[in-house]
Design a protein around this ligand. Structure first.
Ligand SMILES: Nc1ncnc2c1ncn2[C@@H]1O[C@H](COP(=O)(O)OP(=O)(O)OP(=O)(O)O)[C@@H](O)[C@H]1O
Ligand SMILES: [Mg+2]
Length: 241
C-alpha cells in the first residue's frame, strides 16, 4: 500500500469539511476522484500535502509506511508526493527554468518535456505570471514530471485546456505513469483525462464524505446521465480500498 488514509476528518477555519475519509491507493495504482464543486476534493489534496490550515482534526495519513500527520509539506514532498495545483500560484521573480533546474539535473529530460509540452518560450518567464490557463496547466505538468514523485496528486489537470493540448498532456502523462509504475490520485470534472490513463478505481466525494466506489469510466457515464444525487442513493459513505 502506498497511501493509506484512515478516518480522516479535516476542519477548515473551524468548519468541518472532510468527514471520516478512508482511502487507499496501492503502488502503481491510479485512482480518480469525482464530486461536485465545493465537496472537499481539493481540501483532501491540501490535507495530504500538509498545507497550513488543512491539518487532520482526527484520523491519520500514512505514505509508504510513514505517518504524515505533523510533517511539513517539504518533508512530505521529499518522501515522494507531488501536487499539480487546481489553481497554481503565480511567482514573480522566479523563472520556470530555475525551478526546472532545481527539480532535475538532467538537461536532456528538461528539454524533452519542455519540447513535448511546448514550453520553450515560457522557460525564461516568471512562473505563471500572465500564462494562459492552458499554459499554466502544461507548466504544472512539466514541473511535477521533473519532480518525479512516487504519488502524483493531480487536481483537475485538464480543466481549461483545449482538446489538442489535452491530447498532448494526456500522452505525456500516460507515458510517465505507466512506464514508471507511478501512483496517482486524479480529480476530474470533464473526464477527458480518463481516455489517456489506466485508472483502476473511482470514487465520489459528496459533502466531505466518499460515497460510490467503482470503475471510473462507468461512474463518469452514470454521473453524466443521472447526476451526483444518484450517487447518494446507491450507498452509504464508504471505505475506498
Ligand atoms: N481556507 C478556507 N476557508 C474557508 N472555507 C474553505 C477554505 N478552504 C476550503 N473551504 C471550503 O471548503 C469547501 C470545499 O472546498 P474544496 O476546494 O475542497 O472543494 P472542491 O471539491 O475541490 O471543489 P471544486 O470542484 O469547485 O474545485 C468549500 O465550501 C470551500 O469554500
Ligand atoms: Mg477543487
Amino acid at each position: 500500500m502506498l497511501l493509506q488514509i484512515n478516518n480522516l476528518s479535516v476542519e477548515v477555519s473551524g468548519k468541518p469539511i472532510l468527514k471520516n475519509i478512508h482511502l487507499e491507493i496501492e503502488k502503481g495504482e491510479i485512482a480518480v476522484l469525482f464530486g461536485p464543486n465545493g465537496s472537499g476534493k481539493t481540501t483532501l489534496i491540501k490535507s495530504i500535502m500538509g498545507f497550513s490550515g488543512y491539518e487532520a482534526s482526527s484520523g491519520e495519513i500514512i505514505f509508504n509506511g510513514n505517518k504524515l500527520n505533523g510533517l511539513s509539506t517539504e518533508q512530505r514532498v521529499k518522501l515522494g508526493i507531488g501536487l499539480m495545483y487546481q489553481h497554481p500560484p503565480k511567482i514573480r521573480g522566479v523563472k520556470l527554468k530555475q525551478v526546472a533546474d532545481f527539480l532535475s539535473s538532467d538537461k536532456d529530460k528538461i528539454s524533452a518535456f519542455s519540447n513535448r509540452l511546448s514550453l520553450n518560450q515560457h522557460l525564461n518567464r516568471d512562473i505563471n505570471m500572465d500564462f494562459s490557463g492552458g499554459e499554466m496547466k502544461r507548466s504544472e505538468l512539466f514541473q511535477i514530471l521533473l519532480q518525479n514523485p512516487e504519488l502524483l496528486l493531480l487536481d483537475e489537470p485538464e480543466s481549461g485546456v483545449d482538446l489538442e493540448n489535452i491530447a498532448i498532456m494526456g500522452d505525456v502523462l500516460k507515458d510517465f505513469l505507466h512506464q514508471k509504475g507511478k501512483s496517482a490520485l486524479v480529480i476530474t470534472h470533464t473526464g477527458y483525462i480518463l481516455d489517456y490513463i489506466k485508472a483502476k478505481k473511482g470514487c465520489v466525494m459528496i459533502e466531505g464524505s466518499l460515497w460510490c466506489v467503482g470503475n471510473p469510466k462507468e461512474m463518469f457515464e452514470s454521473i453524466r446521465k443521472e447526476g451526483y444525487e444518484k450517487c447518494k442513493e446507491c450507498h452509504e459513505p464508504q471505505r475506498v480500498e
